[in-house]
Write a protein of this length. Structure first.
Length: 161
């Protein structure tokens, strides 16, 4: 009896190459987002007006439960030009309870003005909460390890072909 750790569907080199490309693409977009907002805490600030705010329900698998995402649109002005954006924080965390999302929305709506951090080189790039969450480092390490595992599985699939 032959023991194989890799499931049959992942032994196909074309499937593994596609999985690796998708994984690395998603990881790359995340890294670009981190890079874009890496120094956001040092960016200039400006007051902004809340244009709209809503809570989006995101159904989990099989519809048994939901997460809730806070969607905000805000408008601000830099050097006489008006910009509009929706970026709240680097990792847009979802809320597991609707009441927590509603509380967060009400806290933004209660403010007379929002404080927005904007990029001097591109004022259209802005964020409300510039601090990068502490768990993002763990995510980067795990995603990098995942990319290496998929790379190894891809190479193995091509060698076995």
């Amino acid at each position: 009896m032959k023991f194989n750790l890799i499931p049959r569907r992942f032994r196909n080199p074309y499937v593994m190459t596609a999985v690796l490309i998708v994984w690395c693409g998603m990881f790359g977009f995340y890294l670009m987002d981190l890079q874009t907002y890496a120094d956001a805490e040092k960016w200039p600030i400006v007051s902004a007006e809340l244009v709209s705010g809503e809570i989006e329900e995101i159904k989990r698998r099989r519809g048994r439960s939901s997460n809730y995402r806070l969607n905000l649109e805000y408008r601000y002005e830099v050097a006489g030009k008006v910009y509009q954006n929706d970026k709240i924080q680097v990792l847009d965390d979802d809320f597991s309870e609707r009441s927590a999302a509603e509380k967060a929305l009400k806290s933004y709506q209660a403010l007379p003005a929002l404080t927005v951090y904007y990029s001097e080189s591109n004022p259209a790039t802005s964020i409300l909460q510039p601090k990068i969450p502490g768990h993002s480092g763990i995510f980067v390490v795990l995603a990098g390890v995942g990319a290496l595992v998929f790379l190894g599985m891809t190479i193995l699939a091509w060698v076995r072909k």
